[in-house]
Design a protein around this ligand. Structure first.
Ligand SMILES: [Zn+2]
Length: 275
């Protein structure tokens, strides 16, 4: 990889880190019910942060993870979310083989679309880990964005060869139904277990993921999620009380997102279905 591509990836990383900083603010203010606009304050002493204290990653390192006024510890979540989103954006650029000088406007559109999707998925993961609930607004935004991207891909795919698709797998009619189809078993599981085996929030999340990945990869992402979740769940099951239920003990969204990540990066089609 030459210097040009390294600089591009570094800029992509910085973009992800900056948006990650916004994700932290979004999660905190959504939970505390405060407005999205307005200056950030220290959660401990309430003093308004100066602009240089808001520089993602850098300020955390420079202040050694503490508030410059009162010395209160800044949660590790803040730099972690920033780093992870930076790395996710780099992965997205690599998955697409993205190069702004050589690729089309439409590919740029889909790279940005994927960034919006993965930003939302990371926000869902962090929110579910912290508060054990997936906000409906996140799931709705995810499904709407994924549905919109799918429609654009589908529309471009049926146009003449001048608009030949640049993605690997063409969306087919079943991909248009992927959202409700893959989410249905989760909704049934929620319904028949009275909400004990699975939250309805998981079904809503799966809807958006399946629309994003398409039917074959969507199904695969769910299967992968259960595989990834198996050992942590077993551990908790053995360690904890008999009142264990998956919903009350383990947030499932992080596993669904991890499954989606594997399916997305490696284009996994476990069942080898073609449509
Ligand atoms: Zn402070």
């Amino acid at each position: 990889m030459d210097g040009y591509h390294l600089v591009l990836l570094a800029l992509t990383f910085v973009l992800g880190v900056s948006i990650g900083s916004f994700v932290n603010v979004l999660i905190f203010r959504l939970r505390s019910g405060s407005r999205l606009t307005g200056r950030s304050k220290c959660m401990s002493c309430g003093r308004t942060l100066t602009p240089w204290m808001l520089i993602p990653l850098f300020s955390f390192c420079y202040q050694r993870g503490k508030c410059a006024y009162c010395g209160a510890r800044i949660a590790l979540q803040y730099p972690l979310v920033e780093i992870i989103l930076g790395m996710l954006y780099v992965v997205i650029a690599l998955v697409h083989g993205y190069d702004p000088l050589q690729t089309s406007v439409s590919q740029t559109f889909f790279v940005l679309g994927d960034m919006v999707i993965w930003t939302t998925l990371l926000a869902v993961t962090v929110y579910d880990l912290r508060h054990k609930i997936i906000p409906d607004s996140f799931s709705l935004f995810l499904a709407a964005t994924a549905g919109m991207l799918l429609l654009v891909k589908w529309k471009l795919g049926i146009l003449p060869t001048a608009y030949l698709p640049f993605w690997e797998t063409m969306p087919s009619w079943i991909d248009l139904l992927a959202g409700p189809l893959v989410a249905a078993p989760f909704a049934l599981l929620w319904f028949f277990s009275g909400g004990r085996a699975m939250g309805l929030g998981d079904a809503k999340l799966v809807w958006g993921i399946a629309w994003f990945l398409g039917f074959a990869e969507g199904i695969s992402s769910v299967i992968l999620a259960f595989w990834v979740a198996f050992f942590p769940s077993l551990m908790l099951l053995l360690l904890r009380s008999k009142h264990f239920t998956m919903k009350s003990e383990i947030p499932f969204a992080p596993f669904l997102v991890a499954g989606a990540f594997l399916a997305y990066v490696f284009q996994i089609n476990i069942l080898n279905w073609t449509f």
